[in-house]
Design a protein around this ligand. Structure first.
Ligand code: FAD
Length: 476
């Protein structure tokens, strides 16, 4: 055990993902003379680049994995400590360091929920290391089973080539985390269609390092979660050297199985290395099972010896100032659960947009404490908004885009042009409360305004989505 090194900082941030890095950057904006330490397990940090505020709440940005020195060059007063935190009284790292703080922000992200622990055939994808491990396994695979229905599963079934993909989902529609059945129907033909040639450019350069993740108590210290372009620069090709578009029959095609979650993977029976049994009674042999069923907040090093209030999903509870139940300890990003009384049009989803927003707002709250300033809940928490790409379509989600929490108290208006756009509006009491926009609809700003101003749209009825009316002009 290395000798203990003790040092105190005004601000300590744990985690070099989007939440942690944004938090550090904003701390220096708020308090330029700040004394900040970033403690992170991985050798790289995640930087938000090309940030663009598309409208009041919709934002667009790229994420780049960079060596931490890039951050240190930008903020010479920043100390970066590359070691995993193993305990929190002061902050105690695995390499023997002990760091005191005035204010601390935990941004340690999450790790993939696995269907089953310690099964060599079940993989979760979270960071660059696990994506590369999956790529290695995939290169020898003839068939994989993808379990889950969120963004990662959606991207995988679209991107994987040269390998049969069986997609096991428990919901009635694929992509249910983001879409209803109508939107899923719109997207499904993209799975069978030829994919556009990828631009050779990888927007997010990756850096390699000699330093690997460290095993600690059977748990690998994770790097940062990957973002939406995580598969760029990684060839997701199986052992069958055929392009998905050239295939016929079963090779490279996807099956959406409307089942409940698989019960258990059963190893080593028959000719496949692993078999998975689904609750619809079917069993499939395959080479690899990808567990894409969500993340578990990375809280474990921080819990012993402290009394953090945890939310039902295992996240650190935070109030409307991103403060946990422990004094002077804040949290942001995938590790935390928003427990304030949220705006009726906002809900938490563990996405990189929210990791950025929470990291930034947490820093403002931490700085406000030091500067004795008041700070109000950031406007970004008024309305849920998320812009991304699925199956090469631009996707914008606003408010209660899937009528979350509305029960039967809502109506839907839908406009769909096959292969071009899918527009869905959620109305409650005649007012717009959510929208799904797939394709180049150019409607995000107008719909965001209509949602935020809660105008009574009853007089417009279905005309609201009439393609012959320039709605932007109409409501200007
Ligand atoms: P992370 O990015 O996970 O960062 C956590 C940081 O904490 C890391 O630097 C890690 O090294 C460090 N750390 C962890 N434990 C410790 C410790 N004990 N001590 C010190 N440091 C520690 N979101 C989208 O919006 N759109 C998408 O399309 C999308 N696709 C995704 C695809 C994949 C494959 C994955 C895995 C996630 C995807 N996400 C997507 C989710 C998004 O990436 C996360 O919500 C976001 O990155 C969370 O940021 P974070 O900073 O909270 O955590």
């Amino acid at each position: 055990m290395a000798a203990k090194r003790e040092k105190s900082f005004q601000f300590v941030v744990i985690g070099g993902g989007i939440a942690g890095v944004t938090c550090v950057e904003e701390l220096f904006t708020q308090v330029p003379s700040a004394d900040v330490a970033l403690v992170t397990a991985g050798p790289h940090i995640k930087a938000v680049t090309n940030f663009r505020q598309v409208s009041r709440t919709v934002e667009e940005f790229d994420v780049e994995e960079r060596p931490s020195r890039v951050l240190q060059e930008k903020f010479p007063a920043l100390t970066v400590i590359h070691s995993a935190v193993k305990a929190l009284h002061s902050v105690e790292t695995e390499d023997g360091g002990v760091f005191g703080y005035e204010k601390l922000c935990i941004c340690s992200g999450g790790r993939p929920k696995l269907l089953i622990q310690d099964n060599p055939y079940v993989v979760g994808i979270r960071d660059t290391d696990s994506a590369q491990e999956f790529q290695k396994r995939l290169s020898k695979a003839r068939r994989i089973v993808v379990v889950g229905n969120g963004g990662i599963a959606l991207e995988l079934v679209y991107e994987v080539e040269g390998c049969e993909v069986i997609w096991a989902v428990k919901d009635k529609a694929v992509g249910n985390t983001f879409f209803d059945a109508g939107a899923a129907q719109f997207l499904i033909p993209s799975l069978e269609a030829a994919k556009p040639q990828e631009a050779a450019l990888c927007k997010r350069p990756r850096y390699t390092t000699e330093e690997n993740s460290h095993k600690h108590g059977g748990w690998t210290n994770p790097g940062s979660a990957l973002g939406p372009d995580w598969h760029q620069g990684i060839v997701l090709r199986g052992a069958e050297q055929v392009r998905q578009s050239d295939t016929s029959g079963e090779c490279g095609s996807c099956y959406a199985l409307h089942t409940h979650l698989p019960l258990f993977p059963v190893s080593s029976v028959g000719s496949w290395p692993v078999y998975i049994q689904l609750t619809n009674g079917k069993a499939f042999g395959c080479d690899v099972i990808v567990s894409a069923i969500g993340v578990v907040p990375n809280t474990h090093p921080f819990l012993p010896g402290n009394s953090f209030a945890l939310a039902e999903d295992g996240g650190l509870q935070v109030n409307d100032h991103m403060l946990t139940s422990e004094p002077d300890v804040y949290a942001a990003g995938d590790v935390c659960t928003a427990c304030w009384e949220a705006s009726p049009l906002w809900h938490q989803m563990r996405l990189w947009t929210q990791a950025r927003q929470m990291g930034c707002y947490a820093a403002r709250c931490m700085a406000a404490g030091v500067l004795s300033k008041a700070v109000e809940l950031d406007f970004c928490f008024e309305l849920f908004s998320h812009q991304t790409r699925f199956f090469n379509y631009k996707v914008v989600l606003l408010g209660k885009f899937n009528a979350q929490g509305l029960g039967s108290d809502h109506e839907l208006l839908v406009r769909c042009t096959k292969g071009r756009e899918y527009v869905k509006v959620v109305l409650s009491g005649g007012r717009m409360v959510g929208a799904v926009l797939i394709g180049e609809t150019d409607l995000e700003e107008t719909f965001e305004n209509l949602i935020l101003n809660q105008m009574d749209l009853t007089p417009y009825g279905e005309e609201l989505l009439n393609p012959n009316i320039d709605i932007e002009d109409y409501f200007d």
